[in-house]
Design a protein around this ligand. Structure first.
Ligand SMILES: [Zn+2]
Length: 343
């Protein structure tokens, strides 16, 4: 015999559509967050107040007015859809420690010696991961990274630190009355607490790698270990404004709490392409011109006569040549793109 379990909302009794992976299912009728992981009872599920839809639209049109990229296109822009979601995010306070072994070069007399350096570190950070495993969304990922960058531990309790940067409300405050006025849909969570712990540790490890591993050097080994000391699930508002320009659809995603842009996907204008091409060309000529100097005998005469300024005279063409090279490379790549992603 097959037993079919029909899940019903614990507050209003309405039938709920769930998948076996769902951990929190917000009732579409009354807004009650039904929890299947006993998370809710621990009082660490929150939501954050969102700006209203019309404010998001105002921000969008203000951007259109200000951004040079929309020059000559303003009349052709048509907003096709505005979506607001509460996306579940796991926040965790991670205390971690680790080490990095890398190659460094030390001066010994006139010789450079290759040495292996070992460095240990210890730190606490608050990291954030989207609590939806089944649906990857680049916008949600971008939002998580932005939130993470904004949060620095200011209080012992993670909740207080979070409160410092966002207006955290216990999810129990979402009464049926308030629920009815809410413009945003809740997205379900399929990422349990234990999985979240593992993901938060991973994230903390990535972050430690970014801060403690020196750039442009050979890394021999890196290790990180830590524990998640505190954890909270926050439903965070995210808005997406989709718009059409000349047959293409683009969007701007907003942090619904602060009204800041989380991610924008926008068309690359022809003039921008031309500007990229010119910059790349300038880069190529700079690289060619200034690296050619080093092969020029008169230049070397000039260096020797410069005496005290010789180092500067020597270095400047190198720096300019390098800048030129980087310009050519970066702008050459940009030119090849049709869509611009702004983070
Ligand atoms: Zn309900």
């Amino acid at each position: 015999m097959v037993i079919i379990e029909v899940l019903r909302c614990k507050r209003c009794g309405a039938p709920l559509e769930t998948t076996p992976e769902d951990i929190i299912v917000v009732c579409p009728y009354c807004g009650y967050p039904n929890s299947y992981d006993k998370i809710f009872t621990e009082k660490n599920v929150f939501f954050v107040e969102s700006l209203p839809k019309k404010e998001i639209l105002r921000l969008f049109w203000e951007r259109v007015r200000r951004d040079k990229d929309y020059l000559g296109l303003r009349g052709k822009i048509e907003v096709v859809k505005v979506e607001g979601f509460y996306v579940p995010m796991w926040f965790g306070k991670v205390r971690g420690h680790g080490y990095v072994r890398f190659v460094a070069y030390e001066k010994e007399g006139n010789e450079k010696k290759r040495v292996i350096r070992y460095r240990q570190f210890e730190e606490s950070n608050i990291v954030c991961v989207p609590a939806r495993r089944s649906v990857y969304d680049v916008t949600v990922e971008a939002l998580a990274k932005k939130l993470e960058r904004r949060i620095h531990i200011t209080f012992e309790e993670m909740e207080n630190t979070l409160r410092h940067v966002m207006d955290l409300r216990p999810i129990a405050e979402l009464t049926p009355d308030r629920w009815e006025d809410l413009e945003l849909d809740f997205l379900n969570t399929d990422f349990g607490k234990e999985q979240a712990r593992a993901a938060l540790l991973d994230r903390a490890s990535d972050r430690a790698k970014r801060t403690h591993v020196p750039k442009d050097t050979e890394v021999k080994s890196f290790g990180f270990d830590g524990e998640v000391e505190d954890i909270a699930l926050v439903f965070y508002p995210l808005w997406k404004v989709y718009y059409d320009i000349e047959g293409g659809t683009y969007f701007v995603a907003y942090d619904g709490h602060k009204g800041r842009e989380a991610l924008a996907l926008e068309p690359v204008r022809v003039w921008r392409k031309v500007a990229y091409a010119l910059t790349a060309l300038l880069g190529v000529s700079m690289a060619a011109l200034f690296s050619a100097l080093y092969g020029n005998a008169e230049y070397w005469d000039f260096v020797f006569q410069a005496e005290r300024g010789a180092i500067i005279v020597l270095l400047v063409p190198g720096i300019l040549a390098y800048t030129g090279f980087e310009l050519a490379r970066g702008y050459g790549r940009k030119m090849a793109r049709d869509v611009r992603v702004e983070k």
